[in-house]
Ligand binder design. Structure first.
Ligand SMILES: N=C(N)NC[C@@H](O)CC(=O)C(=O)O
Length: 376
């Protein structure tokens, strides 16, 4: 059973506790209402089911991949030789990558902080982790002392929970370093849909560098599809990892109905839906910051973050004290301790709030949080 707010539970166990609350602002899954455009797609489900049942799956997959990748600016993804694998979720893709890496190396450099299921999955297959601060990755070459010691460097961009984005220039420099040291460059781009700064053509940069690379794309955080989603596991031709073999240990393929659903939601997003989503989340972020304005020692450290989450610096207050107090109001957010997987105490005074929620729920959660912060 999920750890009841214990400090040794992982973030997802804390998210389980929130699942039945109407004021769940813990997980970064999309829980806002469908837009009119999205609702009309759901109305078409019987017809989509027929299409999914009758159309060959390789063409459904090509359509879904093309619509989603091009929506987010990723025109140079590998179309041929099956180098884009559809998985049930990005975490399933992550597990396949981890197992593949463990056959070739014993150590991985990993961005710090980041969502704790990534280090947990990597450690779960026996890999030793070397933390690399996101600030360092974002500004300077890592050199042999990092890249020469590991078989892979793993970067979440935009990062979670900070929203920090790896710029095109830094991606190019990092990819060139990885080519030099023959180190696999792996990216988790689950939050790229929220931030146009993360929508330059990463595959063009990666392919041009000649490095060995893997990218995990995640449709699951963008749209309220009740966790019907795909994690795409993409790799370079020269990656030199048994990814396709291990994929075949885990699954044959995803449901063609989910492929059709993703293709249609991506099409709607391309027709104005993505900009609408950005405006929606920006309003949520501004509303939360306004609700909490003026509280002593409360700050928002990620000033230009655009993802579907907002990190709050609580000053001297302990996040676990705030977590327990707001749970009395049926509000659940995420204490940031476990994002700081190599140095947990760094996260003891910050809290993450999910923004992909209906405005009334987010506002009620913000009001309850303010009430608690005024007393702690
Ligand atoms: N496999 C796991 N643990 N899934 C939870 C993950 O989707 C939540 C997440 O990424 C976030 O709340 O930021």
């Amino acid at each position: 059973s999920p750890a009841l707010g214990s400090s040794d539970g992982n973030l997802t166990q804390l998210e389980y506790l929130a699942l039945n609350s109407s004021l769940n602002v813990a997980d970064a899954h999309a829980r806002q209402s469908l837009t009119l455009g999205q609702a009309s797609i759901i109305e078409e489900l019987p017809g989509l089911f027929t299409k999914a049942a009758e159309q060959p799956v390789d063409s459904l997959e090509e359509e879904a991949i093309r619509e989603y990748f091009q929506l987010l600016g990723q025109y140079s993804y590998p179309v041929a030789d099956g180098r884009v694998l559809s998985c049930y979720s990005s975490s399933v893709a992550m597990e396949i990558l981890a197992r593949s890496l463990a056959t070739r190396t014993d150590a991985v450099a990993l961005i710090h902080p980041t969502f704790d299921n990534i280090p947990d999955i990597l450690r779960g297959v026996g890999l030793r982790l070397v933390p690399v601060a996101e600030e360092k990755i974002g500004v300077e070459d890592l050199g042999a002392e990092v890249l020469g010691q590991v078989g892979c460097i793993f970067v979440t961009t935009p990062n979670n929970p900070t929203g920090r984005v790896l710029t095109e220039e830094r991606l190019r420099a990092l990819a060139e370093e990885c080519a030099k040291y023959d180190t696999v460059l792996a990216l988790d781009t689950s939050f790229r849909g929220f931030d146009t700064r993360a929508q330059y053509d990463h595959y063009e940069v990666l392919e041009a560098s000649g490095c060995r690379w893997v990218v995990i794309e995640d449709t699951g955080k963008l749209w309220p599809t009740l966790d019907l989603k795909i994690g795409w596991l993409v790799r370079s031709a020269n990656v030199g990892l048994p990814i396709a073999e291990i994929y075949s240990d885990i699954l044959l393929g995803v449901s063609p109905l989910i492929l059709v659903l993703v293709q249609r939601f991506a099409e709607d997003a391309a027709n104005g839906g993505l900009e609408e989503l950005h405006r929606f989340l920006d309003e949520g972020r501004r509303g939360l910051r306004s609700t909490l304005a003026g509280l002593p020692d409360v700050r928002f450290p990620d000033v230009d973050a655009r993802g579907s989450v907002e990190r709050i610096d609580l000053g001297p207050r302990l996040a676990m004290d705030v977590w327990h107090a707001i749970s009395e109001h049926n509000v659940y957010a995420l204490p940031c301790r476990k994002f700081h997987w190599a140095n947990p105490s760094e996260g003891d005074h910050s809290l993450r709030v999910a923004l992909a929620r209906n405005p009334a729920a987010l506002d009620a959660a913000g009001q309850a949080l303010r009430t608690v912060l005024e007393t702690l």
